[in-house]
Design a protein around this ligand. Structure first.
Ligand SMILES: Cc1ncc(C[n+]2csc(CCOP(=O)(O)OP(=O)(O)O)c2C)c(N)n1
Ligand SMILES: [Mg+2]
Length: 294
């Protein structure tokens, strides 16, 4: 049986003490071990950012992409080898801003990738600029008077993208056991799964701290009437977010929406029994065509 430690490398993390990435790492490695997966069955595709630096501390097949380009890399990997689990780990900047276009189309495509967003509501690695999920009024290096743009609601966006949105969830890095349960379900889910993780950035985001989040989060599943198959209810819940100068309001956590749908790679009969990378590729000789240009 694999253990979370099997996913460790010999390197030591350089995240700031208390960084939310530690909670997410504990939950994700715990989820993989709980699912009985060995490192050679998993491909981690990291975006750029503090979260992306995890590429040094996760054992498995690991790819470190460009900023905002982790999703297309992951899609290519999944199509080349649909037998393995592909997990994207990126930031709110990389996945909702620079890579927002790729994110939208991967959701629409419903390709079988687990997408874990380290949502610290700021650009961490570049030392604190506003991101699409920064709260109104947050003072950063790019918003010295406070953010004036409306916050992107990533869960609402994902639910609204198309009929093929199939798994939308949110966890909190300060509650790793709960986050682990969500990630287990996300990895088991066939199709694109979003796990937005609220992750305090203890160095640059002075507003959305562990205390601030702890006071506001609650679990959807605590309400026995919550039905994660009801898309309109999920959409309504996805807009719940604290507003106003004192951050009045609550933040739901858990699986907002889940629906079984055919995933992108399942539409291709050619790769159902043998993954593409194992198939013999017959490359026709181009010599005759090139002769025309001699
Ligand atoms: C195409 C491109 N644009 C900008 C950068 C500079 N850059 C590196 S990390 C980063 C911010 C990362 O923020 P986020 O994605 O939220 O990750 P975090 O560091 O917060 O985990 C930026 C803008 C880059 N490396 N590549
Ligand atoms: Mg960030």
């Amino acid at each position: 049986m694999p253990t979370p430690k099997d996913f460790n490398t010999i390197n030591k993390q350089t995240w700031c003490p208390g960084c939310g990435n530690f909670g997410t790492e504990t939950a994700l490695k715990g989820a993989l071990a709980e699912l009985g997966l060995n490192p050679e069955k998993v491909v981690f595709v990291f975006d750029i950012g503090c979260c992306g630096n995890g590429n040094n501390w996760y054992r498995g097949y690991v790819f470190h992409s460009l900023h905002g380009r982790s999703i297309p890399a992951a899609e290519g990997i999944k199509m080349a080898n649909n037998a393995e689990h592909v997990i994207v780990i990126g930031g709110d900047g990389g996945l909702y801003a620079e890579g927002g276009n790729h994110f939208v189309h991967a959701v629409r495509r419903n390709i079988d990738i687990t997408c874990i967003v380290s949502d610290n509501q700021i650009y961490g690695l570049t030392t604190g600029q506003a991101s699409p999920t920064s709260d109104l009024g947050l003072k950063t290096k790019t918003s010295p008077e406070g953010v004036v743009e409306a916050r992107l609601q990533p869960l609402s966006l994902t639910l609204a993208i198309s009929e093929d949105t199939s798994f939308v969830a949110r966890g909190f890095a300060g509650d790793a056991p709960h986050l682990q349960k969500i990630i287990v379900e996300a990895i088991k889910h066939k199709g694109f799964s979003l796990v937005d993780v609220l992750q305090p950035c203890v160095t640059f985001n002075y507003l959305n701290t562990y205390d601030w989040l702890r006071k506001r989060v609650y679990k959807l599943e605590d309400d026995k009437n919550y039905n994660p198959e009801n898309k309109m209810l999920a959409l309504e819940k996805s807009f719940e977010w604290p507003i106003g100068p004192n951050g009045e309001g609550k933040i739901p956590l858990g699986i907002f929406y889940k629906k079984d749908k055919k995933s992108f790679e399942d539409h291709f009969p050619q790769i159902q029994s043998v993954p593409l990378y194992k198939q013999e590729v017959k490359v026709p000789s181009l010599a005759a065509s090139f002769k025309e240009f001699y």
